[in-house]
Design a protein around this ligand. Structure first.
Ligand code: SAH
Length: 327
């Protein structure tokens, strides 16, 4: 069934992972989506939290909608013919970019189009699931900070189990799989289990987020390099292996991922290391999404200014003179 759903009110009566490709397609096409379900999968909950759809467990008045979707396709029977000969499927890690489905590569899209199972992260673009074949099995392993999460061991096990059942498993990850994505651990887990695995590189937020906010990570005469660090643990934490004094002296643009919560400690450590408090900085949140926001400031103030306007994760902090460039 083809219909133009732009601006239409659509009610979906299914909150499971199976509804995600349908809902993704509806959102991509500009529908006004309500999902009614007693419980919803983490992906739909997350979309609701981000204001992309309404989620309700109260029975909705169906007459108020232009379209009601009562059931969604379930996964097709497996295994596939190819699998019958080899016994094993395969895993493809797809770096799906910072969030806008337009930034999934052509190779990434082609891979999604052949998926039997998609194992997806929160930061991957849900709209891209609309490219998956009908009845694809979507497994949401969102690692919502401090919320519901699936352990890395569980994710590795899922990939291996589904591939061993003869399926093409697409592991959809935010940005590029090898930039703080634990992608290589998944490759190692597949290899150890004898499951063929390949990787499709993605557009990493460490470059794309600054770029979408008008900031080049390098610029002739200003920055001869850029350094990407994780702010997941703060300076001085027993698990931190970064030398902030060396970073302060590096002369490169510093790009901090997962560093919103720890930004006060990180900026402090860089100033202690000798980086000027007046160093221009920016913080770019929700890059590539319609909710994208960016603020500019100085090393001394950026953390306070970001907190004041409630600019939260996911966000990339950029520290260096390139953030003060005008087009
Ligand atoms: N592999 C990913 C990074 C995973 S770590 C990549 O290459 O982009 C998760 C961090 O990425 C977030 O905490 C945030 O710092 C950054 N990030 C991911 N998507 C983002 C987005 N759309 N806007 C801003 N930052 C983003």
């Amino acid at each position: 069934m083809e219909m133009n759903v732009t601006g239409r009110r659509v009610l979906v009566l299914d909150g499971t992972d199976h509804a995600v490709p349908i809902v993704a397609g509806l959102l991509r096409d500009g529908a006004d989506v309500t999902v009614h379900a007693a419980t919803a999968c983490a992906a739909l909950e997350d979309l609701a939290q981000r204001g992309r759809l309404r989620l309700t467990d109260e029975p909705a008045d169906e007459t108020a909608f232009d379209l009601v979707i009562r059931s969604v396709p379930r996964p097709r029977p497996r295994p596939q013919p190819a699998a019958a000969t080899t016994g094993t499927g395969r895993v493809t890690l797809v770096g799906a970019g910072p969030g806008d489905a337009g930034l999934v590569t052509v190779a990434g899209r082609a891979t999604i189009e052949t998926a039997d199972v998609v194992v997806a992260d929160r930061l991957a673009p849900w709209e891209s699931l609309a490219w998956a074949p009908p009845g694809v099995q979507v497994i949401d392993v969102s690692k919502i900070p401090f919320g519901r999460s699936t352990s890395q061991e569980d994710i590795n096990r899922l990939l291996v189990e589904h591939a061993k059942a003869g399926r093409h498993v697409v592991r959809l990850k935010g940005g590029d799989s090898y930039v703080f994505g634990r992608g290589f651990e998944e490759v190692q887990a597949c290899t150890a289990a004898g499951v063929p695995v390949t990787v499709v590189p993605g557009v990493t937020s460490s470059v794309a987020a600054p770029e979408l906010a008008g900031i080049p990570v390098t610029h002739r005469g200003l920055a001869q390099g850029f350094t990407v660090i994780s702010g997941h643990v703060p300076p001085g934490h027993p698990d931190s292996t970064l030398d902030y004094a060396a970073l302060a002296r590096s002369g490169t643009t510093l790009v901090v991922l997962m560093g919103v919560r720890t930004l006060p400690a990180i900026t402090e450590a860089l100033m202690d290391g000798g980086l000027s408090p007046d160093t221009p900085c920016a913080l770019v949140g929700d890059a590539s999404l319609t909710s994208q926001r960016a603020i500019h400031g100085t090393l001394a103030r950026i953390a306070t200014d970001a907190a004041a306007i409630g600019l939260g994760a996911p966000a990339v902090a950029v520290i260096g003179d390139v953030t003060a460039l005008e087009p």
